[in-house]
Write a protein that binds this ligand. Structure first.
Ligand SMILES: Cc1cc2nc3c(=O)[nH]c(=O)nc-3n(C[C@H](O)[C@H](O)[C@H](O)COP(=O)(O)OP(=O)(O)OC[C@H]3O[C@@H](n4cnc5c(N)ncnc54)[C@H](O)[C@@H]3O)c2cc1C
Length: 446
């Protein structure tokens, strides 16, 4: 594992605000695998990707899958993210995207991304999941006056290539529609996406999976993986799951020792979130706050933020390269300070929750959906580059469609099916990240 063991410790509480919005799990909800079992398809990872794959297999392909997670439902990033149902899922710049893939493929990817956001809403409605949907689209805020040009370029790209409905807002427009701040100098409203409660969404998916008759074994880490003839043998502390095919849906929590084909290919990155106590109407007015639409800013080391249903404010940011307690404490204090600088009226407002987790990047800076060439009976879908609520939903379903023979990998947008590549000197990945953060920090000040 790349980071401190704290980040992977399933016995410690996550401490997220989302956990306070759902009933606690009963011991009967957490049923580890307790005997050797056989199934058609094993899914490792009970987050948005794995659960959507399972749901498709059960409901639309009549295939019995068995989901294993080392933690509880959506213990990984899925249950603790910022709840932005948004487009993105790549860290390539627009220019790099066009150069590498050409306009047509980039448009296909953009349309897939949009469909991902719509699919989340559709699944929630059809499965009767209350997700606390909020806002319309997403708002990209210029954190300095010099970033106005970047907004204009993004506007051109998103309207002409992606074909998304977008509107540019001057600083005055932004104050009229959303808020004012010393670090807000105009914005781009992107008319795609919304916000949700990610734990309610994930728990709802897990219930739907169970109602569809599938088994979800929690607290069942796959500790060893062998092949015997055509059978995969996934060993957990309580028993071995025998399956003909496996879907790997472990994203930033993938164990590279367990899966040699993934070794050195992924870049898990720490993302941190704080939430305040519910803000009063007067406090919101003091910052001119009027929107429930999720926002992020033009920094390379971006902040993402939104007002939650009960009036709490959520602020998120990537950062940290160790993951130990000292770094957590430092990150929390820094984010509280930055909250007060970005939103001076809330400088002394109590912060009730801090938590962090791993998003997943990769060498190619694009997601990866496909089958391992070394063993095509293993399917994978991961590396959404911090945008996995919509992309994990769509790709989880897509990988299940591929497994069921209803879609081919070649049918996916090229951006989603790049071969996995190893980082050169992969053991230095945290150092690469440290250098990137230092560079991004300097760029963000210009
Ligand atoms: C703090 C934070 C904020 C984020 N904000 C957003 C956001 O606002 N919008 C957005 O779109 N995306 C966001 N993301 C990213 C998004 O949450 C992820 O891309 C998405 O949840 C990935 O889903 P997944 O199901 O593929 O993986 P995960 O949800 O990470 O699930 C992987 C699961 O695999 C399990 N696992 C791993 N190894 C094993 C094993 N050996 N045996 C059994 N189980 C195993 C883990 O326990 C884990 O539960 C954020 C992520 C973080 C951490």
């Amino acid at each position: 594992m790349l980071y401190h063991p704290n980040l992977y410790d399933r016995t410690q509480p996550i401490g997220s605000f989302w956990e306070t919005t759902v009933p606690p799990l009963f011991p009967t909800d957490i049923t580890p695998l307790s005997q050797d079992t056989t199934c058609d398809v094993a899914i490792i990872g009970g987050g948005i990707t794995g659960l959507n794959a399972a749901l498709y297999l059960a409901k639309e392909a009549g295939i019995q899958a068995h989901v294993l997670d080392a933690g509880t439902v959506a213990w990984g990033a899925s249950g603790r993210n910022g709840g932005f149902v948004c487009v993105g899922a790549t860290w390539l710049t627009n220019h790099q995207l066009l150069q590498k893939f050409g306009g047509e493929e980039v448009r296909r990817f953009a349309q897939q991304q949009r469909q991902g956001t719509e699919l989340v809403r559709h699944i929630a409605a059809s499965e009767g999941i209350e997700i606390d949907a909020q806002g319309t689209g997403e708002i990209l805020v210029a954190h300095r006056p010099s970033r106005w040009q970047a907004l204009e370029e993004e506007y051109d790209f998103l309207t002409e290539i992606a074909e998304y409905p977008c509107t540019l807002w001057s600083q005055k427009d932004l104050a009229e529609h959303a808020y004012h701040s010393p670090e807000a100098h105009g914005a781009l409203h992107i008319g795609v996406g919304f916000g949700l409660n990610p734990l309610k969404y994930s728990r709802g998916l897990a219930n739907a999976v169970r109602q569809a008759g599938l088994t979800l074994s929690l607290q069942s880490p796959v500790e060893a993986w062998e092949k015997s003839g055509h059978w995969h043998l996934l060993q957990t502390p309580g028993g071995t799951l025998r399956a003909k095919q496996v879907i790997l849906a472990t994203n930033g929590y993938s164990d590279e020792q367990l899966v040699p084909s993934l070794r050195g290919t992924l870049l898990p990155v720490i993302s941190n979130i704080i939430t305040t106590r519910p803000l009063t109407a007067a406090e919101l007015a003091a910052q001119g706050w009027k929107t429930e639409t999720p926002l992020y800013d033009t920094r390379l080391l971006l902040f993402y933020f939104r007002l939650l249903k009960d009036g709490r404010f959520l602020l998120g940011s990537r950062g940290g390269t160790r993951g130990d307690q000292q770094e957590r404490d430092r990150q929390r204090s820094w984010m509280i300070r930055r909250l007060g600088e970005m939103f001076p009226a809330w400088k002394d407002v109590e912060v009730t929750h801090y938590w962090n987790g791993l998003v997943c990047g990769s060498t190619t800076l694009t997601p990866h959906v496909g089958q391992f060439s070394a063993d095509p009976s293993v399917f994978y879908s991961l590396a959404y580059h911090g945008n996995g609520v919509a992309t994990g939903t769509w790709c989880g379903r897509a990988i299940a469609q591929i497994l069921a023979g209803r879609k081919r990998v070649e049918d996916l947008p090229a951006l989603l099916r790049q071969p996995l590549k190893r980082f050169p000197l992969a053991r230095l990945r945290r150092w690469y990240l440290r250098s990137a953060y230092a560079f991004f920090g300097l760029q963000d000040q210009q």
